[in-house]
Design a protein around this ligand. Sequence first.
Ligand code: AHR
Length: 326
Amino acid sequence: MKKTVTAASMLLVSVAALAGCSDSDASGDDDKIVMGFAQVGAESGWRTANTESIKESAEEAGFELKFSDAQGKQENQIKAIRSFIQQKVDVIAFSPVVETGWDAVLQEAKRANIPVILTDRAVDSEDTSLYETFLGSDFVLEGEKAGEWLVENAADSDVDGDGDINVVQLEGTTGAAPAIDRAEGFASAIAADPAIEVTASQTGDFTRDGGKQVMESFLNSEDGIDVVFAHNDDMGLGAIEAIEAAGLEPGVDVKIITVDAVHDGMEALAEGKINFIVECNPLLGPQLMELAEQVLDDEEVPERVVTEETTFTQEQAIEVLPDRKY
Ligand code: AHR
């Protein structure tokens, strides 16, 4: 399935440049597997670690990587995928910004005989023949782990001692798989304790600024906030800034639960500003390259490859931080 570089395909490289794709290796080496990767953007520490993992692993595996950053916009990702199809890459991998709206472009890749691998986030499509496999976390499980911790620590989390545990939720990007699934998993776990209620929920778009702004508005509009559940560390870190600016102590006056376990989040956990983190592993590069090789060798691959993940308390964060890679 390896590509032969023709004059026509070289011409199309400039179309790719117009579409915002950058060639990390434009050598056109016939022996190399050419992967087009359409990334979400650079919205969080998690995403930066994920991008580095993909670039490093592609280099180690001897792939030519055509990397495109969609800056959080689905239309940019679609443009990048179309440009990869025009360039006749060997394989396309992408992490969809949102779940829906992919069928048309994935049909185009299928017609061009270019296999597609979903990584990190899933698409909501009935036609599973449009992609080879999906490598990434179980986001529903991540939300459940966050909710289960809260149920187990309900007594300590009733910060104002009124018998109710009021949770405000900082959601990820609207329509994105991790935002939808983490909210679902969290809601199903906290249903075990009727005293726990999500009293307000709004998107902070997975960014630190977004988390800060939404938390500022929650602090103005909501009474008796006991807990923040942030769908990622960055929004949790933004919430910490807002809580401190309001003269409150994060982790004590307001309990904070987040997802990711990137370095800054783990430091805040070690300092007691975050109370619990559910891990979401961004180091997907090595497995992605392996899956791509298998797909191109016509080997059978599992429909779903789930990333192994853990959770961290303050004590565990202190222990693992010195050796943490991201
Ligand atoms: O899709 C993974 C999520 O996207 C991470 O939890 C978040 O930090 C990122 O932006």
